[in-house]
Ligand binder design. Structure first.
Ligand code: NI
Length: 152
């Protein structure tokens, strides 16, 4: 098996906030990440696909094709957006790097023409990143108040 990786970038804002908690608890747990109007990151996303190289092309997956899929399915939907309010598939989810990586996985795993999704690595900063390999995880989706979105 061979592992091929496409790296891409997007910029987005988010706010870490649990709507089931009061403001004090949110502030205590999420600290600066709880800033009411959000804060931004220059995210780096690495998508790794595993498979056998095709005998005719030598490719596990054509990286241009992989780039286009990531661009269309993920980047166009999150780049320059507020992850709490602007992205349908993240609605009601606390947009930590962990949760976002899992949601990205769910979108990408069935879109690949060749190979199998092996890993997603999502960097929020140079020093902080998460990795996800597709094991089952439960993500809580909160009911969304669109009034809150309008107030912000
Ligand atoms: Ni953050």
């Amino acid at each position: 098996m061979v592992y091929v990786t496409r790296k891409c970038h997007f910029s987005a804002s988010h706010r870490l906030y649990n709507p089931a908690w009061d403001n004090d608890r949110n502030e205590a747990i999420f600290d600066k990440c709880n800033n009411p109007r959000g804060h931004g990151h220059n995210y780096v996303l690495e998508v790794t696909v595993v498979g056998q190289p095709d005998p005719e092309t030598g490719y596990v997956i054509d990286l241009k094709r992989l780039r286009d899929i990531i661009e269309e399915e993920i980047i166009e939907k999150v780049d320059h957006k507020h992850l709490n309010y602007d992205v349908d598939f993240l609605e009601g989810i606390i947009p930590t790097a962990e949760n976002v990586a899992v949601m990205f996985w769910q979108i990408l795993e069935n879109k690949l023409p060749n190979g199998k999704l092996h890993a997603l690595k999502l960097f929020e900063s140079e020093n902080n990143f998460v990795e996800y390999f597709g094991d089952p995880v439960k993500i809580k989706r909160f009911a969304v108040s669109h009034e809150t979105a309008e107030l912000l």
